[in-house]
Design a protein around this ligand. Sequence first.
Ligand code: ADP
Length: 679
Amino acid sequence: MVSGASVGAGDGVTGGFRLTNSIQVLRAPAGSVPDEEVLSGHRDAAFKPPGATILKCSDGIVCWVRLTLSRSVDAPEDWWLRLRAVRPGQARLYAAQGAMAEEAVQGAHQFPLNWRYVGVDRFFPVALPPWPATYYLRLENTPSADGFLLLQQAGFERQQRQLNTYLNASMGVAFALMVMNLVFWRWLRDTLFLHFALLLLAAVLLHAWQIVPSMGSPVHMGDPDLRGVLQSLMQAATVMFIARLFEFRRHLPRVARMTWVFVALNASAAVVAACGGYARIEPAVAVLDLAGMLASTAAAGWLLFGLRQWQFAWPAVLTVFLALASGLGRLRWLGLLEIGPDEGLGPTWAVARLIYMLLLAVTVADRTRQAEMQLRHARERSLEDAQRAERLLEDKVHQRTAELGHSNAQLAAEIERRRQAEAGLEAALASERKALQQQRQFVSLVSHEFRTPLAVIDAAAQSIELPGVQAAPRVAKIRRAVRGLTQLVVNCLAEDRLQSERMPLNAGPTDLRGVVEGLAQAFGPLEQERIRLHLPPGAVWVRGDAALLEIALHNLAQNAIKYSTPDQPVDIRLEVQAQAQLACVDVEDRGGGIPPDEQARIFERFYRGAGSRATRIGGTGLGLFLGTEIARAHGGSLVLLRSGAQGSVFRLRVPMAAASSAPPVPPASLAPSAESTPH
Ligand code: ADP
């Protein structure tokens, strides 16, 4: 027989008076033992001391706890009987009053507000008599009842005040942190703060659930379904927060998807709880919580040791603590872990929870600090990259500019080269055109020069047959015309020959005196009369082409005759300049001379003086040009010595032949020798 407990004045003030050894228990399936039988004391013999400290009174089992309590005389009458239950179900206390125990009146005492009852403990006010009194406590749907205590009024108040303080502080801190994190979220736009704020909101609401309903009564519990809603929301918020804290989406995308499954399940549980079905799903919610914690811990561990993301070390430690604390509670709640009453753990627990919350807040802030630092580093890196790229670009631009300058210079040089080539081409074209034009002029001149003597020949030949006409003057006319034609042909051939570079000069020792002497024979008798030769006594040897020299001298002589009147003589003078080893032939006439502005041009090919053109003196403009070319081919020159109203003097200079010259060779004449006989 267990003796009852007797409490004195000093008991139940600072801590509770333990009744563990003073209780007797009767466990029976619901309905098998009528309440009246127990309450009437007929079953007292069936009560036994409990085997374990924790009573399991669920799954259809009803527990009856029998207590025999008394107090010393000096002790106060009002006491509180506390029952601690992790999952409190229906609990009713009966006090033995005569034959039948009656239900102890609950809520008989009014509590001041600052005594607000918190926690899940059940309290029954009892008035203890100084003699042993028997109490029966009926427990149903309470799988883990333990911690039977007796507390005096002062002890109860003290304990409640203490709990109250911790809970209020915890709630206040949670609320302040929530607001702070919301502000940070708005400022820093980091959703981690929002997740943490949501978690804190759920914690604040859970606290409020504990505090608010019991404000009016120490024995009224908050609505269990509302607690279910809040609990489920808290679990969902926790999982979301952990997923965001460890950046599962970035590092473990599959786990991130799984968290949404957890969130969805918890949300469904919240809906069920809101509809009043929490009692049925509460164990499932607890299992879900346990699974969530286990999965989070495993994921954090993998992040750390598998992926070596050491920046998550501190959050991982906190998560493990959270998982441990909540996991142990859950295991206990589920009845899988039997831990005795945690007397004194309450305040410690509350302080630990406070510190934990602060650490969590620091962790969140630190994560943001790290993110900020990473961002800064990334910015610095990208700035460096940008600067490097800019430098590279500048170098490239310089290089390209230099290349461009170089190619521009090359281009300019090429343009200049082409421009010069074009100018050269244009000049060549112009000279070609000029040559062509001269050629045309020449052809027209030559044809005219040919036509005139031919017409003369034709007219003379016709008139020669007429009766009574003397033949001699006509024949002379014909011969003059033929001579003119011949000279024209000779000039043309000589010009062609000199133009041809391949034709070598037919040079040999030539007696220039002989050439000059033979000149007059190419003219008619009238002209021959006008020619006056001034010759040295002996032969004058030059190295040259006799035919060409004869042409040059013939042209000079013919010009002298042409450009002076028939009564004026023509002097041809041959001299030797021994010192200079030159033979000079001067051809002088007494004509009107050459205008000074024409003197420089008369040696040009096809050039004819204005006067000669105006006076219709025949000519091709080839005579002086040919003379100059022939003189040059012989290494000599042809110059106009002087020209004026008294006439003109042309000088042909030809280098003398060496002293050991070959014997004189008769000049090979291009002139028609047969017709050149003077009349
Ligand atoms: P052409 O006599 O056939 O016209 P030339 O070359 O022999 O061609 O002479 C060129 C020009 O020089 C002549 O047209 C003429 O105006 C001028 N000329 C040449 N010799 C004399 C000269 N002795 N007296 C005056 N003018 C001359």
